[in-house]
Design a protein around this ligand. Structure first.
Ligand code: SF4
Ligand code: SF4
Length: 268
């Protein structure tokens, strides 16, 4: 379903930015907008955005941004409340779209207990779900913006689209296509670096290859990826099976394409 404009004729749309299990880096994508954020704040009313000032997590919102994965029982309940009181819901960042780094615990049967015991002096006071999962596994999500972190242009662009009656979309093109558009020299071909760009969606503008680094897949799987071919190629570049697994499981391990590809090499 598209964005419903009928509810706020004559008033500014209410926008909320909610945080779940995360590092706050994706909220910084808003704050980094600087003057663009000031311009946006004249068009909307930020009803909840703790990093920027207003705090009212129960306020109904026309547009709600969710950062972070669902990792605790409290977050699961809070998310359902937010969904029920929000018009258009957007998950932002790897944590919210694929569980993020914290979803690595999903790969191990005793992961959460073992880590809780190792990290906390009094683990009995820490309430965690067995898994850390994306927002879309719990409630209906209207749009996902991938990335770790998302970039400012993506987030502000989506907000502008909605405010001007345009249904926002996100490109699922591969980073390799972005490299070509940017005239970046391919680090895999030129330097033999194990690059994840052939299976990763862009959004970053191929920033790592443009600086001579390999892509490490922070924007998650692109559409129609051939992870088998890339896994074999990474092996010919000298990566051991465990290293190939880590490449796929690094930031977006709960995304099905990367989870399956990583597990395949883990069992070899
Ligand atoms: S996706 Fe990355 S930058 Fe965004 S909140 Fe999660 S860990 Fe932080
Ligand atoms: S540097 Fe990486 S992302 Fe860019 S074209 Fe080469 S393999 Fe693809």
């Amino acid at each position: 379903m598209g964005f419903d404009y009928s509810g706020f004729a004559g008033r500014r749309p209410r926008v909320a930015v909610h945080k779940f299990s995360s590092c706050d880096g994706c909220q910084l994508a808003f704050l980094n907008a600087g003057e663009a954020l000031l311009a946006v704040s004249e068009l909307v009313e930020f009803v909840h955005f703790a990093e920027a000032g207003p705090v009212d997590p129960d306020a109904p919102a026309d547009i709600a941004f969710i950062e972070g994965s669902v990792s605790t029982p409290e977050e699961r309940e809070r998310l359902e409340h937010i969904r029920a009181h929000s018009g258009y819901l957007i998950s932002i960042g790897a944590c919210a779209t694929s569980g993020g780094l914290q979803a690595l615990r999903n790969l191990y049967a005793d992961g959460v207990d073992a880590w809780r015991q190792a990290v906390y002096a009094s683990p009995e006071y820490v309430a965690s779900l067995d898994t850390a999962t994306p927002v879309a596994e719990h409630v209906k999500v209207d749009l996902e913006i991938w990335g770790c972190p998302v970039n400012t242009a993506q987030v502000v662009g989506v907000l502008h689209d909605l405010l001007h009656g345009v249904q926002p979309t996100q490109s699922r093109d591969k980073v390799c296509l972005e490299c070509k558009r940017q005239n970046a020299v391919c680090v895999m071909v030129a330097k033999g670096m194990p690059c994840m760009g052939p299976v990763t969606q862009t959004g970053c503008g191929a920033i790592c290859p443009r600086y001579g680094r390999d892509c490490y897949a922070c924007y998650g799987p692109a559409e129609t990826v051939n992870t088998d071919a890339l896994g074999q190629r990474l092996g010919t570049l000298g990566l051991q099976p465990g290293d190939v697994t880590r490449r796929f499981h690094f930031i977006n391990s709960h995304a099905p394409a990367f989870r399956v590809a990583g597990n395949k090499h883990r069992s070899e």
